[in-house]
Design a protein around this ligand. Structure first.
Ligand SMILES: [Fe+2]
Ligand SMILES: [Fe+2]
Length: 184
């Protein structure tokens, strides 16, 4: 099976260097402030990182679907339609991440609350359509930062995962652009 053999090494030091990028721990940063790419990271740690992205994607699936129905109740059906399209694309990203986690020997966690345990801002209380778009744009920008960090972390240590992440990142950037246009 393609990718069945983890391409990561088991060096603990690189794994520690990567740990600070998303986990708030000490990171190996150069003068540019950009986290250093690592040659190889432990597959268990890689799966932990990918599960964070999976949780963010699942949260996105649910957020966009919730907003689809909220927006659909107003006169803004085209935006409601766009929210559903985004929801479906986030689900596709979740599938890609889950498949890669399994290929790396990990367990895909289908729990959107897994992401740092921090709930998103509530939209209870009658948000406007602009509120919904702004919330999604903020979430997309956070995911863009998440994926940029992951891409730096995986670096050349796992080209297959990095390529997958770059593809997802490009789509998140497209989502953000679309939402930003709606706010103009
Ligand atoms: Fe996504
Ligand atoms: Fe997105």
């Amino acid at each position: 099976m393609r990718g069945a053999t983890p391409s990561f090494g088991s060096g603990a030091a690189p794994a520690r260097a990567a740990a600070g990028i998303l986990g708030g721990e000490t990171s190996d940063r150069g003068d540019t402030g950009t986290p250093a790419a690592v040659a190889a990271i432990d597959s268990a740690y890689a799966c932990k990182l990918l599960n964070r992205a999976l949780a963010a994607e699942l949260a996105g699936v649910m957020r966009y679907r919730r907003h689809h129905f909220l927006a659909g109740a107003s006169d803004a059906e085209p935006v409601a339609h766009q929210f559903m399209l985004h929801s479906n694309e986030e689900l596709g990203h979740a599938d890609l991440l889950a498949r890669r986690i399994l290929q790396l020997g990990g367990v895909a966690q289908f729990n959107p609350a897994h992401r740092d345990g921090r709930p998103r801002r509530s939209t209870q209380g009658g948000p406007t359509l602009r509120d919904l778009v702004a919330e999604n744009l903020a979430a997309e920008r956070a995911e863009i930062e998440l994926y940029r960090g992951l891409i730096r972390t995986f670096g050349d240590g796992d080209a297959e995962t990095r390529t997958m992440l770059e593809g997802i990142l490009a789509m998140e950037e497209g989502h953000a652009d679309e939402l930003a246009e709606l706010l103009e």
